[in-house]
Design a protein around this ligand. Structure first.
Ligand SMILES: Nc1ncnc2c1ncn2[C@@H]1O[C@H](COP(=O)(O)OP(=O)(O)O)[C@@H](O)[C@H]1O
Ligand SMILES: [Mg+2]
Length: 337
């Protein structure tokens, strides 16, 4: 959505990042650009004091003169540093030097989920639910601190290699630039300053109602939907139609795009409910319901889905195998008796 009148555009692309490679900023030597988002460019850099690799996030130069973006950037470093959590990237240092605002944090080798989905397509049910659960734990930790992330999307989830075959990936939630205190109606992130994609935005964020952690439940559900379906639940030709769909249209069932996961439809529908009151109360409740549904321990009537790595792109027949054909039933009855 367009920035508020009088504000510069949010794109950092007019910065000349290649000019920074090899340069030193606040004791860090910039080595390579590794990513860019709505307001910042992230570099791999060497902390020359400790001789270790870090991720150095710099506020886009054309935004550094703008108070709203400066505040948002400083806010991000404080929030991320305040929450110690295995699925939130630790912040080492933040500051300003020669008019450049920076955050130094742990370098996460790996790609963000946006990149993974664009290059490898939808994930297996197992991988999707493992990543969702890790992100959910980070979000619930933020909520316990009274903070709502408000910008949960694949580009803000980093996926690194996990520790072993039981934990093949380790996900990090990043980008706390839009976080806000729960239920606060004021603040510097009004709808008019919404940056970036509208694919994951909750109905109450659109209508400007108070938000709490359940808006992150909605966005996380959009992300889970996309990791399994290959695209977000609502896809429309323009922003207005997309905003309308989030507020009023029924989300399509995942099984329309990804056969074999019928058990997850009801769980996703609840997490994508228009009213926060109708959603799960926390992100981990939502992902626990997903896992229960996928493994068949959900309410009767929900068909189990295999949760393993072999489901990548391959439809899995939902539910138990069908019973024997009519002509063979006497044989089976005989065996059972
Ligand atoms: N700690 C990190 N280690 C490695 N890559 C990172 C790290 N933090 C961010 N990135 C990369 O930079 C991109 C933009 O970072 P993000 O924090 O989302 O910035 P923005 O606020 O501009 O959206 C991410 O999508 C990711 O690819
Ligand atoms: Mg981002």
């Amino acid at each position: 959505m367009a920035p508020a009148p009088g504000e510069p555009g949010p794109s950092p692309h007019s910065g000349r990042p290649s000019e920074l490679i090899g340069q030193q900023i606040a004791g860090y030597r910039i080595e390579d650009e590794i990513g860019r988002g709505g307001m910042a460019v992230v570099y791999r850099a060497k902390d020359l004091r400790l001789d270790r690799t870090v991720a150095l996030k710099l506020l886009a130069p054309e935004l550094a003169r703008n108070d709203t973006f400066r505040q948002r950037f400083t806010h991000e470093s404080r929030v991320a540093a305040a929450i110690e959590h295995p699925h939130i990237v630790p912040v080492f240092e933040a500051g300003e030097t020669d008019g450049v605002l920076y955050i130094a944090m742990r370098y996460v080798p790996g790609r963000d989920l946006r990149h993974l989905l664009d290059h490898a397509g939808p994930l297996s049910v197992g991988a999707a639910l493992r990543i969702a659960t890790q992100v959910a734990s980070a979000l619930d930790a933020a909520h316990d601190h009274g903070l709502v992330h408000r910008d949960v999307k694949p580009g803000n989830i980093l996926v690194a290699k996990g520790t072993d075959s039981d934990h093949p990936e380790h996900a990090y939630l990043t980008d706390f630039g839009l976080t806000k205190k729960s239920l606060s109606l004021t603040g510097f992130t009004t709808v008019g300053q919404f940056v970036g994609t509208l694919d994951y935005v909750a109905p109450e964020q659109i209508s400007g109602r108070p938000v709490d952690g359940r808006c992150d439940v909605y966005s996380l559900a959009c992300v889970v939907y996309e990791t399994l379906a290959g695209g977000p639940p609502f896809q429309r030709d323009d922003d207005i139609a997309l905003l309308w769909a989030h507020q009023y249209d029924e989300p399509p069932r995942l099984t329309e795009k990804r056969p074999g996961v019928a058990a997850l439809d009801g769980v996703l529908a609840q997490a994508l409910a228009k009213s926060p009151d109708d959603r799960y109360g926390s992100c981990l409740q939502f992902t626990a319901a997903l896992r229960a549904a996928a493994t068949g321990s959900a309410a009767p009537g929900h068909a189990p889905t295999r949760v393993d790595r072999h489901v990548v792109g391959a439809p899995v027949a939902p539910g138990a195998p069908p019973g024997p054909p009519r002509w063979a039933r006497p044989v089976f009855r005989g065996l059972a008796g």
